[in-house]
Design a binder for this molecule. Sequence first.
Ligand SMILES: Cc1cc2nc3c(=O)[nH]c(=O)nc-3n(C[C@H](O)[C@H](O)[C@H](O)COP(=O)(O)OP(=O)(O)OC[C@H]3O[C@@H](n4cnc5c(N)ncnc54)[C@H](O)[C@@H]3O)c2cc1C
Length: 419
Amino acid sequence: MSGHDVIVVGARVAGAATAMLLARQGARVLLVDRVRFPSDTISSHQIQVPGVAALDRWGLLGPLRAAGTPPTRQVRFDTGPVVLHGHFPAWQGVDALYSPRRTVLDALLVDAARAAGAEVREEFRVRELTWSGGRVTGIRGSARGAAPVTETARLVVGADGKHSLVATAVAAVRYRQRPVSSFACYTYWSGLQAAGGELYQRPGRAVAVFPTNGDLVMVYMAAPLAGFQAFRTDIEGNYLKTLDGCGDLGERVRGGARAERLRTTPDQPNTFRASHGPGWALVGDAGVVMDSISAQGITNALRDADLLTGAIVAGLGGERPLATALAGHQRRRDAAIRPMYDFTVRLARFAAPTLAQRQLLASLAGRPAEIDRFIGAFSGVVPTAEYFAPVNILRILGPRGAAGLLAAAWDRQRGQAAW
Ligand SMILES: Cc1cc2nc3c(=O)[nH]c(=O)nc-3n(C[C@H](O)[C@H](O)[C@H](O)COP(=O)(O)OP(=O)(O)OC[C@H]3O[C@@H](n4cnc5c(N)ncnc54)[C@H](O)[C@@H]3O)c2cc1C
């Protein structure tokens, strides 16, 4: 008999959540990670409202707040010509986005997995998978400074991020892959006044400002990958120049103090991977990764952990064949993520806003309920496919706006459009 029901490789948002949920259902789980927690990683950390609701369901929102993580309820959405002030719409009783440092969030999840009964091994690096007759049977790896050991399980879950060793070892098939198109740069500021969240869209730039733990404010920017080499010649100067283009943000930032180093990365792939095979499954970024511009990865990982746990419990418990249950997980995962994935890939291309987009934003001004729904689309509360459906856009624009849009489309078709 296998040593464990499930081995989970990687103990951040996807892996620790999966291990916690499985252990809470009585599974024998081994959770390993090569780092020791608390541990930071290259990631800003907005958890969208549905992700916060998952933490609340699991009893972890209270501890997250107790760790000094401030809620963000209001947000400014600023394109330059249009500035909207709105709120995150509520979802399952939660009405705020939270932006906990990964040192706080990931450690909280690891502790919760341990408290649920999972065996947790930190500073344990997986080197390879073990196989029998084409089926994954376990892992081989070692704790820091120790001899390699083999651990076996009925299922090995790769929660080991976008460069997943598990996905590579099983040659998980990639699909809907899109090229890297942006880079990101962020850091933390003290003494920066931020009443809520702030999102700025400027030509070739996106900026996000969110309060986090320790009275710090995280300020993130993204830009097209084509400009990365030029940006690198003066990272801080170019970062500040970007903030200077966002109303008074540059001035406010300069009035505070930079509390940590700048983190800059072009490592922003966009891909789906097949999520399962004989003896293995993938969760979180290992299974689907997308550009950070829409700040969805953590929320996706938490949802994915929930869905995968349901499939594993059904499969290992004998309710359904494991392969059937895991195939169902992949379908549900893809249906849940794909609209936001496509939206994110488009955002990360930094295309100039279309006439319809500009008209939509202009028509939202002064309509609080509509602004909140718009913000809900970015935060995953209102499905993007539903929000950006032509029928909804035409409803928001009203008869005059819709007529203007149709006239412009007609002109464009005749080659007379202004742009
Ligand atoms: C610049 C940037 C900003 C971002 N901002 C946001 C944001 O604001 N909001 C948001 O939701 N998402 C954001 N993301 C995305 C988010 O960081 C990821 O989606 C999320 O971290 C995925 O979690 P995960 O648990 O799947 O993988 P990871 O967080 O990558 O964790 C994988 C874990 O696996 C471990 N591991 C890997 N290989 C091995 C091995 N061989 N043996 C043992 N352990 C191993 C690693 O040590 C690591 O701890 C951002 C990403 C970037 C790059």
